[in-house]
Write a protein that binds this ligand. Sequence first.
Ligand code: HEC
Length: 362
Amino acid sequence: MQLRQLSQLVEYVGVDYAAAVNQGKIINNDEYQEMQGFSELIVNKISMLKVANQPLLLTQAQHLKQAVKEKAPLTDIRQFASTLRSTLVSLMPTIVFPQRLLSEDDTQALFQTNCADCHGATGEGNGILAKQLNPKPTNFTDKNRALNRSLLGLFDAISNGLDNTAMPAFTQLKEQQRWSLAFYVGSLAFKNNQKTKSDINVNAYPNMADWVHYNPSQIAKESTHLTLQQIELLRAQPLSLFSQQPKPITIAQNQLHNAINAYKKNNYAEASTLAVSAYLDGFELVEKSLDARDSQLRKSIEVNLIGLRQFIGHSGNDAQLFELTEKVFIQLNQAEQLLTKGSLSNTALFSASLVILLREGA
Ligand code: HEC
């Protein structure tokens, strides 16, 4: 949770600095004080973190703090913030997403009931309560802001509320409802786009973890195959991301993830069943096509999955099991990249976060 909170803070500096400084001059002193406060808090929190990458994080946080202090240009601040955020994200445990979002109608109804009084019926931040609030409710149609907000950041704001503002925590809503709302408010700034989803090549669909963790500007910068325009289209139509069946490799990774969780709870029979499912319901479906591209990798994954099934059925194999699982995850990522055109460059997200998951619980 600490990492989530930190990355939320970092994202705010990247977003709100625009209101504090312009061309080296302070344009709003309160905002500027807040940016200084946040960047200092980030450094302090990170200096107390106990994670492997702590020294790197600390250096990156100090760069950000120094840049705020020097009233550096917005582009520099955003660059420092997104570098730091990427490092934080790579350390976060894997997030479990809903398999589906609610329909657009259901989500809109939720929004009208719970959010419109403040954020306005169309999300422009002008609901009937808005006038009396300070800070004002966010205008979700502000594109500049939306380009710098990740879906995870929106989801966390909805789930936890925002301190010292009127934004409440919507703990009474189910996780799927909160994700649906996050994708919905994250779509509003991109809605008036003329193009339709048929303009997007299905191979260009992003890896869901990256899609949720990073903001559109960052995805555009790091992605080798998604243009900013395609990203905006996909953000405008979140349901299109979910209408596809999950990819077999994703199923394999999810089931392995669940299998490890079961193993950690000493449910060895369930862990075995899930490990078998990772193969039958996931990897097996792509074996042929992977074989055509890299038969060595295909064989190696298969052998490792067999080994994994042997370790996972009873206690006492933590070390070998976790090492092997980590290896298979990385291999599955490689396979996914070979099978599609590759996801975001060099963000070995899934594997990095799995490692944390294993260490935390072990
Ligand atoms: C009582 C008023 C109120 C209600 C109701 C409310 N919000 Fe908010 N919300 C706010 C305020 C005020 C902010 C801005 C806080 C700030 O500027 O830091 C905010 C901020 C947010 C943010 C952060 C946006 C960003 O870019 O940082 C999200 C996401 C959000 N609200 C979603 C929702 C959703 C979804 C609902 C309904 C389920 C909702 N809010 C209901 C007042 C409200």
